[in-house]
Ligand binder design. Structure first.
Ligand SMILES: Cc1cc2nc3c(=O)[nH]c(=O)nc-3n(C[C@H](O)[C@H](O)[C@H](O)COP(=O)(O)O)c2cc1C
Length: 269
């Protein structure tokens, strides 16, 4: 990208480059921030394709009359302070948490992105939950939940369960999802999810907007479809999704594997 830009700058000559630079100098911080937004699809950087397509035709508008082109994204690692210190740890999984009200027996589902692995032995995870959630009271009473990983077929339900409350509707039915049985906890699993992580709450830490539910993983169920005959689990085939700054994404191709940077390369590889 930088090479293309330098090339284009050279083609247009130093005056054009100076004009462009002075425009860039006048840009507001907000505009620059937008350039660096996740996904980075600003429509810029496509503007200059050499111009040969229109050669010989009368130009509808002269280049100088057009509104100034926005700057190409910077890539010199110059830093800007983000307007608000907040959670910017991405990508993260957005998961479907399933639970059951111990008093009514009703199941519920809600979406949680503030979740993470916190300990290997004993295996522990956390979910951060706002007190306002219908699920919060259920969790406090049941002390049990299941984290259901979200793959592409489940993504719409994942979003839906994050905007509707179990106070108002039965989300399992609304999403056409199946309540399966957990092996170790008093909560249903989402049968359609490729991985169901059964969790027993051990501690609740009040933090502020959210309470952190620290839970021990007591059992894991996986979809047989992703297990091969040798007993290897191919989670990479499950079509998992992730959440990045307000948007959902698929995972794309594998780029390496644990320790690949220090592994000896075989000749020809
Ligand atoms: C992508 C996404 C991530 C979310 N992450 C959380 C979270 O980490 N903690 C939380 O309390 N609410 C989170 N929510 C909001 C709840 O899922 C939402 O308020 C839901 O309607 C609560 O359902 P309930 O009232 O049935 O418990 C998230 C919503 C979405 C769409």
């Amino acid at each position: 990208m930088e090479n293309n830009r330098s090339l284009n700058r050279q083609k247009r000559g130093p005056a054009a480059a100076r004009r462009k630079n002075s425009r860039r100098g006048g840009e507001s911080d907000a505009r620059r921030k937008e350039d660096r937004a996740p996904g980075g699809r600003t429509g810029r950087g496509h503007a200059s394709k050499g111009g040969s397509r229109h050669e010989g035709r009368p130009a509808a508008r002269r280049r100088e009359d057009r509104p100034p082109a926005a700057p190409a994204p910077v890539n010199d690692h110059t830093k800007l302070s983000f307007p608000k210190a907040g959670n910017m740890l991405y990508p993260i999984p957005a998961v479907l948490v399933s639970l059951r009200d111990p008093d009514t027996g009703f199941p519920n589902l809600f979406t949680v992105a503030w979740t993470g692995t916190v300990c290997t032995d004993p295996p522990m995870v956390s979910i951060a939950v706002r007190k306002e959630r219908f699920s919060y009271g259920i969790l406090q009473r049941s002390k049990a939940f299941v984290i259901n990983l979200v793959n592409e077929p489940l993504l719409r339900a994942c979003d839906f369960c994050g905007v509707w409350s179990g106070r108002d509707l039965d989300k399992f039915t609304a999403c056409g999802l199946t309540e399966g049985d957990a092996v170790t906890v008093a909560a249903p699993i989402v049968q359609e999810s490729p991985v169901n992580i059964e969790c027993q709450v051990r501690q609740v830490l009040p933090l502020g907007s959210h309470d952190l539910f620290l839970a021990e993983v007591t059992h894991v169920q996986v979809d047989r479809a992703f297990m091969d005959e040798g007993g290897r689990f191919h989670l990479e085939d499950a079509g998992l999704t992730c959440y990045v700054h307000g948007k959902y994404f698929g995972l794309g191709q594998a780029l390496g594997s644990f320790g690949y940077s220090v592994r000896k390369r075989r000749p020809g590889k």
